[in-house]
Design a protein around this ligand. Structure first.
Ligand SMILES: CC(C)(COP(=O)(O)OP(=O)(O)OC[C@H]1O[C@@H](n2cnc3c(N)ncnc32)[C@H](O)[C@@H]1OP(=O)(O)O)[C@@H](O)C(=O)NCCC(=O)NCCS
Length: 186
């Protein structure tokens, strides 16, 4: 039986290493969440947003390893060349021929082109493994940096959903969907 494709465990770009989390990353993951929790409140999913303590972080890393093995989602940690955690990319599993991608950087790594570098590396890896999959990227319409990044990486704006996401304070945000056609379609 042929095994379904999986995201590469490690990739390198000019300035970053992109790789699976390892169990010994738990402390750095926790530190990143503690530093960025408030700023990334609308981006982090609940189990990450609510992370408390290194045991909890180790449990999250173990959970992510299972998600990776099962091909359900690939949470890719981004490391600078000095070995510091710079952020994360998200690559979802294939659902109806489509794959959701996302990214965040720690604030101090913003505005250096690192998000574009990391997202482009993920796009290339996805295209190599799932050449028929369409990539989707969603963010709030007022997330200017995120919208600009999607366009720089070749995504095209598809649609906007008014009130498409509930914020943590209960209010609704408008969401924009960007999409990138599979190379096999070209
Ligand atoms: C979205 C996000 C990842 C974008 O990060 P970013 O820093 O704007 O994007 P890049 O890393 O590609 O950097 C681009 C900027 O770096 C500048 N830059 C500096 N050196 C550069 C270099 N060597 N190469 C390319 N760009 C460079 C570019 O000119 C650009 O500046 P500008 O935005 O002032 O025009 C980041 O804002 C973030 O983490 N936001 C919070 C989380 C979030 O909203 N995620 C999206 C939801 S999926």
């Amino acid at each position: 039986m042929t095994r379904p494709p999986t995201f590469p465990a490690r990739l390198a770009t000019a300035r970053l290493v992109l790789r699976r989390y390892r169990q010994d990353d738990a402390a750095q993951l926790l530190q990143m969440v503690e530093e960025e929790r408030r700023r990334l409140a609308e981006v982090l999913v609940d189990p990450v947003f609510k992370l408390q303590g290194v045991d909890n972080a180790a449990g999250l890393v173990a959970f992510l390893a299972k998600e990776w093995q099962g091909g359900r989602r690939f949470i890719i940690s981004l490391w600078d060349r000095s070995g510091s955690l710079a952020g994360e990319c998200y690559v979802g599993g294939v659902v109806d021929g489509e794959i959701e991608v996302g990214i965040f950087l720690r604030q101090r790594y913003e505005r250096c082109g690192l998000a574009e570098e990391a997202l482009n590396a993920c796009i290339q890896a996805v295209h190599a493994r799932w050449p028929h999959a369409r990539l989707n990227y969603r963010c709030d319409t007022d997330n200017v940096r995120s919208c600009a990044l999607a366009l720089r990486c070749g995504f095209q704006r598809q649609s906007t959903t008014a009130g498409g996401r509930r914020r943590r304070d209960g209010s609704m945000a408008d969401v924009v969907l960007y999409s990138l056609a599979p190379p096999a379609a070209e």
